[in-house]
Design a protein around this ligand. Structure first.
Ligand SMILES: *[C@@H]1O[C@H](CO)[C@@H](O)[C@H](O)[C@H]1NC(C)=O
Length: 191
């Protein structure tokens, strides 16, 4: 998080220092910075999904209700940490005044990069959620997964203003991964 803010401050400082003639260069740097932020977020999320996977894998097959609830309680800190990280990233992104400008520049590579980075993040979260649901069922973790998924969609919605069409792709991705096991969960999202 600290590097996150340092990067933002650096960005703000460079924005002030950059003459208007270098605008294109600046825009592409902002893109890179946003990509970096998604990379950092994904790295942070992976530390939690690694814990979640280990905790989930340790649960015996066909757990009884008590074991399900115990596992859900053990998963809660990591799931909540992912939710909080997604919300924090959304707040940061929503504050950007330069979003539209970035969306209008036709530089294909950075856009593709951000597009792919976000899908990697979504894929990591969706596959981990699927693993949890297959092992534990949805009922005991619904109260943890609902805010997490809403936070993920919130972030994607904010980024959809930068990378047009992202939300549709993510919706398809979540439906593909979670459709069979988490239909109820997906039904709670207003797209
Ligand atoms: C956690 O498990 C899911 C599902 O198997 C996988 O897609 C994901 O990459 C794993 N994450 C880590 C950090 O090992």
């Amino acid at each position: 998080m600290k590097t996150f803010f340092v990067a933002l401050l650096t960005l703000a400082a460079s924005a002030l220092a950059t003459p208007i003639v270098a605008e294109n260069k600046l825009v592409s740097r902002q893109y890179e910075s946003q990509g970096d932020e998604i990379d950092q977020l994904t790295a942070l999320v992976r530390t939690h999904t690694a814990n979640i996977n280990a905790t989930t894998a340790a649960v015996q097959d066909s757990p009884n209700l008590e074991q399900q609830n115990a596992a859900a309680a053990a998963l809660a800190p990591d799931l909540n940490a992912i939710t909080a990280a997604l919300q924090a990233a959304t707040t940061t992104i929503a504050k950007r005044a330069w979003q539209e400008k970035v969306a209008r520049t036709g530089t294909p590579c950075p856009k593709d990069c951000l597009f792919i980075k976000v899908q990697i993040l979504v894929w990591e979260i969706a596959c981990t959620i699927k693993f949890i649901i297959i092992k534990l069922g949805l009922a005991c973790v619904l109260h943890l997964l609902t805010p997490l998924l809403l936070a993920l969609v919130g972030l994607v919605k904010a980024l959809d203003k930068v990378v047009l069409g992202l939300l549709i792709v993510v919706k398809g991705l979540l439906t593909t991964v979670l459709g069979a096991v988490g239909g109820l969960l997906l039904g709670l999202i207003i797209w």
